[in-house]
Design a binder for this molecule. Structure first.
Ligand code: CO
Length: 293
């Protein structure tokens, strides 16, 4: 497999650094909300990124009991620990370290994600990807990707890349989605490594550094637990990452990019539609028990 690419003409620069906000969701699960609602237009089609990671069971043991979604997709990336998924369509799945779950809520799904452990580390991410107006009411769909089924490659520099969605360096990811064309890469860079990822200039993109530090993104040092929003510079054809030769530990970066939908975004909790009227319909459908299925 030849995973080399031609060198970038110019890397995107970092437009802004954002530090995640501590919050809790589900039944008291502590997490860091990295992509918050005020950034939804800027990072269209991405609606939310949560990072969770704790060794304390009290931070996650409540899990996420039954709750609805409509109008978008949820992507769960497990790094440590185990969670059991169950939904109104009848899917049951185990999220284990290294696995990915891609759920298209479409017109409606009710699901739960509950820890399948009472101690030890639980860590991972949940990313929300919007659906285009014409796709919001499609039937729900669900896919579990086992750790071994997430395509992976390593560069001559020792950079390890898991291609969760999209395509890069000639490697097709575990998931391909139309319209929003999401690229989701989980990248581990050892000390002294450089790595470049081509990106279409019109796609919105961000990089979340979640381990090791700092990572140079474009020409800016990004500390751990910070999201770098990448500028849409028309002359830039991708993004370059670099880690100092003396770095004490490998750096870990989640790179996310996608085609903006450029449609109105209306959100009420777990429902994301285009208008307030459609949100009222979602709430009404949920209350009447006809949202899911
Ligand atoms: Co959910």
């Amino acid at each position: 497999m030849n995973t080399s690419t031609t060198p970038l003409v110019r890397s995107r620069s970092v437009e802004r650094l954002v530090r995640g906000q501590p919050t809790s969701d589900g039944d008291g699960v502590r997490l860091t909300r990295v992509l918050t609602q005020p950034l939804q237009q800027r990072l269209d089609p991405f609606l939310m990124l949560d990072a969770f990671g704790s060794d304390a069971a009290s931070d996650y043991i409540g899990g996420f009991p039954d709750h609805p979604h409509r109008g978008f997709e949820t992507v769960t990336i497990m790094k440590a620990g185990r969670m059991r998924h169950r939904d109104s369509v009848g899917n049951v799945g185990l999220l284990e370290p290294g696995s990915v779950q891609w759920m298209t809520a479409g017109r409606g799904i009710i699901h739960s994600e509950m820890p399948e452990q009472e101690e030890g580390r639980m860590a991972g991410f949940q990313l929300w990807v919007n659906l285009a107006a014409q796709d919001k009411m499609q039937p729900p769909a669900y896919r579990d990707v086992a750790p071994a089924d997430v395509p992976r490659f390593e560069t001559a520099d020792g950079v390890a890349v898991r291609v969760i969605a999209g395509q890069t360096h000639g490697v097709a990811g575990a998931v391909t989605r139309p319209t929003t064309e999401p690229l989701v890469l989980d990248i581990t860079l050892p000390a002294g490594a450089r790595f470049e990822v081509p990106l279409p200039p019109g796609h919105n993109a961000f990089a979340y550094v979640y381990g090791g530090e700092p990572v140079t993104v474009g020409d800016r040092a990004v500390p751990s637990e910070h999201m770098a929003i990448l500028g849409n510079d028309a002359a830039a054809d991708g993004v370059a990452f670099a880690v100092a030769a003396g770095a004490a530990q490998p750096a870990q970066v989640l790179l996310v990019a996608g085609a903006p939908l450029k449609q109105p975004i209306a959100q009420y909790g777990p429902f994301v539609m285009n208008t307030v009227q459609e949100l009222q319909q979602a709430v009404s459908d949920f209350q009447r028990g006809v949202l899911a299925g």
